[in-house]
Design a protein around this ligand. Structure first.
Ligand SMILES: Cc1cc2nc3c(=O)[nH]c(=O)nc-3n(C[C@H](O)[C@H](O)[C@H](O)COP(=O)(O)OP(=O)(O)OC[C@H]3O[C@@H](n4cnc5c(N)ncnc54)[C@H](O)[C@@H]3O)c2cc1C
Length: 527
């Protein structure tokens, strides 16, 4: 591994990124690379002018793209034997990451105090691929001079706020190649004179100028994560209907007084719903909070060791190879590892919190109605309308099926209830289909694209399948984080990102190894 400050000797003359000045001391056109202390955390990837043809453009700079960046750095560094791509060291690729947020942030709307990672820190951006990488969580702790104290914590599950800081630290290495404030709006195929698609135009909206910008590239990686899922009947743009992804930003706007006597509903069965419910209890002592869940009880996530093996990097290939029906069944069977479930320590904490209300408010059915915080099982919201009792509030009409399951009276019927609230927080997950919209202009290249329901499909290496011979071998699009149906439950998580980042580097640049000379390279050679 080379020290932080050593650069490949083939680096091109540097220019400052035009939008952000993320690297302190970065001097446009006058970079003296011997003054490396100013670039202590500078990766081996170099800025490419916007108007140059790129080798790779990555859409989104979340953990999935960050893991690719880390793997690419390691490949250029020569520190990872699984990324034996010497031609890359001779000719660093022209790569850029386009991220819509103004800076690196990982689910910042849910960085609640005390929230923990649901995964071992060893499943960081690098360790499982290359424990010697700069980008391991351990190296981060070492650089931040907290290694010993972290060891004293005796946990493999850091707080989410620390893990975000770790990823932000990793991301800072790549400031030179990340364009923040760029929301990609479409990816358009471009034909060569021979009639084949050889490049793509990536169009983005610059949030600072409001203008559309475009960049051209041979390869595109779409790693945009999920879009908030706000199901019917909730309105998608009501100021008091807040998706969990926005919780930290908006909760104090709709509930500004921590001593306020608010009425609040939280909808959802999973980790985010439980965390929000718990947060409201802890921070709004006078509020009345109702957690509406579909089932009888909150259920624990299964992270027991045998089951957890489904998240092994090696499982991706066997999942992909499986017959589609078997694959779908297995994914459904294993859903309790990730969806609609809550980590056991949080469940136990919430149970104890609610138990304490039985002491302070009484433990009879009548007293239960006065509890400030309650979980209401077998509930579904069927309509949302303005409240007539709470100013600017909402009235939730709720189908209550709990009598069917929980009543002592035989033949009890379901009921309809109304709940007036100041705000409702919907923790109802994410949709992972943004790539379908971004690739709208490429549908004529999709096998079966003339049928409205056809979706993009990828191979094991995440490369999009186009119609035969429509896209050149030296061009392509890869999808990340939206391939759960073919690649398994780890696809949307952090579990395999270190290895997948390496797989992506091999998939994007490994083909170049086939060519003996530089003419065989699948990517643009730097001048
Ligand atoms: C609160 C919360 C906690 C979680 N905790 C864990 C955990 O402990 N362990 C675990 O394994 N998984 C966890 N997950 C799952 C989560 O999906 C992964 O941690 C991880 O975020 C996936 O990375 P990603 O890069 O695929 O997606 P994302 O993290 O969503 O990143 C996608 C990036 O693309 C950007 N983007 C989106 N659209 C565009 C566009 N049009 N143009 C440009 N940029 C765009 C986004 O701003 C974002 O930065 C958690 C999820 C949530 C919501």
């Amino acid at each position: 591994m080379t020290p932080h400050a050593e650069f490949p000797t083939t680096s091109s003359p540097e220019r400052a990124p035009p939008v952000q000045e993320a690297i302190p001391g970065f001097a446009p056109n006058a970079l003296d690379e011997t003054h490396f202390p100013a670039f202590e955390n500078r990766s081996h990837l170099r800025y490419t002018e916007q108007n140059e043809l790129h080798d790779v453009l990555c859409v989104g700079f979340g953990p999935a793209s960050l893991a690719i960046a880390a793997a690419l750095h390691d490949a250029l560094d020569g520190s990872d034997p699984s990324l034996d791509l010497p031609h890359l060291q001779r000719q660093p690729p022209k790569i850029a990451f386009l991220e819509k947020q103004p800076h690196f942030a990982w689910h910042a709307g849910m960085l609640l105090p005390g929230a923990r990672m649901q995964i071992s820190f060893m499943k960081d951006m690098a360790t499982l691929r290359n424990p010697r990488s700069e980008f391991t969580f351990i190296n981060y702790l070492h650089q931040k001079e907290r290694l010993v104290e972290f060891a004293n914590l005796n946990t493999s599950l850091p707080q989410r706020v620390e893990y975000e800081d770790y990823m932000r630290w990793c991301a800072s290495w790549f400031d030179e190649v990340v364009q923040y404030d760029q929301e990609v709006v479409k990816v358009m195929p471009e034909k060569s004179s021979a009639g084949e698609i050889t490049t793509f135009k990536v169009v983005s909206r610059n949030a600072q100028t409001g203008q559309l910008e475009s960049r051209r590239t041979k390869h595109v990686v779409i790693a945009v994560g999920g879009r908030p899922n706000v199901p019917a009947p909730f309105p998608s743009n009501h100021p008091r209907v807040v998706h969990s992804s926005q919780f930290s930003y908006i909760s104090t706007k709709v509930l500004p007084d921590f001593q306020g006597r608010y009425s609040v509903a939280v909808v959802g069965n999973g980790q985010s719903a439980a965390e929000i419910f718990d947060f409201l209890h802890a921070h709004y002592p006078n509020a009345r909070t109702r957690l509406l869940i579909k089932q009888e009880a909150l259920r624990p996530s299964d992270d027991s060791p045998f089951v957890n093996e489904i998240f092994n990097p090696s499982r991706v290939s066997s999942t992909f190879a499986r017959a589609p029906a078997l694959r779908a069944t297995a994914i459904a069977d294993d859903k309790a590892t990730n969806y609609g479930v809550v980590r056991l320590p949080l469940l136990e904490h919430i149970y104890e919190t609610l138990y304490l209300q039985r002491i302070s408010h009484g433990n009879t059915p009548a007293a239960a109605k006065t509890w400030p915080h309650a979980i209401l099982p077998y509930r579904r919201v069927t309509a949302v309308s303005p409240s007539s009792t709470i100013k600017d509030g909402l009235r939730l009409t709720i189908r209550n099926q709990s009598p069917l399951y929980l009543s002592d009276t035989p033949g009890a019927q379901e009921q309809v209830e109304e709940l007036d609230v100041d705000a409702v927080f919907v923790a109802t997950g994410y949709k992972r289909d943004l790539h379908e919209a971004l690739l709208g202009d490429a549908r004529h290249l999709m096998p079966g694209g003339e049928l409205a329901d056809t979706k993009w499909e990828v191979g094991r290496d995440y490369r999009v399948n186009f119609r035969e011979r429509s896209v050149s071998e030296g061009a392509g699009i890869w999808l990340q984080g939206c391939c759960e149906g073919t690649h398994g439950l780890s696809d949307t998580l952090l579990s395999i990102l270190a290895n997948r980042g390496g797989d992506m580097v091999n998939a994007l640049f490994g083909q170049a190894k086939k060519g003996a000379g530089e003419e065989g390279l699948g990517y643009e050679v730097r001048a």
